[in-house]
Design a protein around this ligand. Structure first.
Ligand SMILES: [Zn+2]
Ligand SMILES: [Zn+2]
Length: 381
């Protein structure tokens, strides 16, 4: 990559970093991205896709497949700890997953395509909203404008702390776990603390369910049977000595490698909850948030990425197990061949979603070049 382009992309990354917007609120980021894309000469830019999603289309004018590159617009509701001059200007919000860096890489692809159209087919650069809540990709695909994109292949990457800076890992088949937040509300009846027998307290059911749900999914090897349950939040009544509680809430994150195992785990968890609640005379309401389906890489798309890394001389390793964390990128696999790869952010780099995390700028040219080569490889055959 030319040094001028690299420094321009780094500058844009820093600008985006200063104004992080959380899932569903990416209005300003989408406007900046749309303006930057317009300057990179696409045939069209679509906006407002599935919320604040943006897409730039580069059409070769000759028949061929549509290749899409996908990145994310959203930051996180976490206060950043940073001494960088480009630190977040929004209190309590930060680009702590590196989506600012992912956007810069895809802007690099836009800039190059603006000067050199794809050989055939079309290239679509997707900036999707609301990845962190698991809602963005689904909303993006469900938007009527998605029919104008209709990709045959979709590639994406996520930077990965813990992996050597600039190294690539990817796997065939399951790439990211399915997960969902299970919110359990137990309702009984409050009473005077002096007469608990007049009420129905959820304390007993909560005391049963805490260990029962924490041990329902034990984790272990990341195979088709893998199931992990993590209790993330619990409360019971109000902080007072005068009232016996009538309400309790318990939040548990369910995680599996496959969507089938997730369906079973949900059933097991719901049966356990209902049994405890009913035995104690409580009513129960179960709702789900942050629902992520499992993400699978297609063999053909993995081969294309592997070849792109070889051509670009980037160290690339096929790994046998998926990542435990979830990704809504899996949604794009419905109707397209997809693959996501992990790009090392450095062995000792702060982890994603940590307050002191910052995307390593050195990755920008590597990501852009792998994507450009993957596009060429896909359109060549
Ligand atoms: Zn994240
Ligand atoms: Zn992320």
């Amino acid at each position: 990559m030319k040094p001028e382009l690299q420094s321009w992309l780094t500058e844009k990354r820093h600008e985006l970093h200063q104004v992080p917007e959380v899932s569903g609120e990416e209005r300003g980021t989408a406007a900046s991205i749309s303006n930057l894309l317009q300057a990179c000469g696409p045939d069209s830019v679509l906006t407002g896709i599935g919320g604040h999603g943006v897409a730039a289309i580069y059409d070769s004018g000759s028949p061929g497949p549509t290749v899409a590159i996908r990145c994310e617009l959203d930051g996180l509701p976490i206060q950043e700890i940073s001494s960088a001059r480009y630190a977040s200007q929004y209190p309590g919000k930060g680009h702590l997953c590196g989506h600012d860096g992912h956007m810069a890489m895809v802007l690099g692809v836009a800039f190059v395509l603006g000067n050199q159209r794809p050989a055939r087919g079309r290239v679509v650069l997707i900036f999707q909203p609301a990845e962190e809540t698991g809602q963005g990709a689904m909303a993006f695909r469900a938007d009527p404008k998605f029919t104008q994109i209709a990709p045959d292949y979709v590639f994406s990457l996520h930077n990965l702390p813990g992996l050597e800076l600039g190294a690539v890992e990817l796997c065939s088949g399951p790439a990211n776990c399915a997960s969902r937040g299970m919110r359990i509300a137990l309702t009984g009846k409050t009473s005077h603390a002096a007469a608990p027998q007049d009420g129905v307290s959820p304390a007993g059911a909560l005391a049963e369910l805490l260990p029962a749900l924490a041990t329902l999914g034990q984790g272990g090897a990341l195979d088709a049977d893998y199931a992990l349950t993590t209790v993330t939040h619990a409360w019971l009544g109000e902080a007072t000595f005068g009232v016996a509680p009538g309400l309790a809430e318990l939040w548990v994150t369910l995680r599996t490698v496959s969507d089938t195992r997730m369906t079973e785990l949900i059933q097991e968890a719901e049966q356990r909850v209902t049994a405890s609640a009913h035995a104690q005379g409580l009513s129960v309401e179960i709702t789900y948030d942050d629902v992520f389906e499992a993400c699978r890489n297609s063999d053909e798309a993995v081969q294309i990425l592997t070849e792109a890394c070889r051509i670009r001389d980037v160290p690339c390793r096929l790994v046998p197990t998926p990542q435990r964390f979830s990704e809504d990128f899996g949604q794009f696999g419905k109707g397209a061949k997809t693959a996501m790869f992990w790009l090392g952010a450095g062995r000792d780099h702060p982890q994603l979603h940590n307050p002191d995390y910052d995307f390593p700028d050195a990755l920008i040219p590597i990501g852009t070049e792998i994507f450009l080569t993957a596009i060429e490889e896909t359109l060549k055959t």
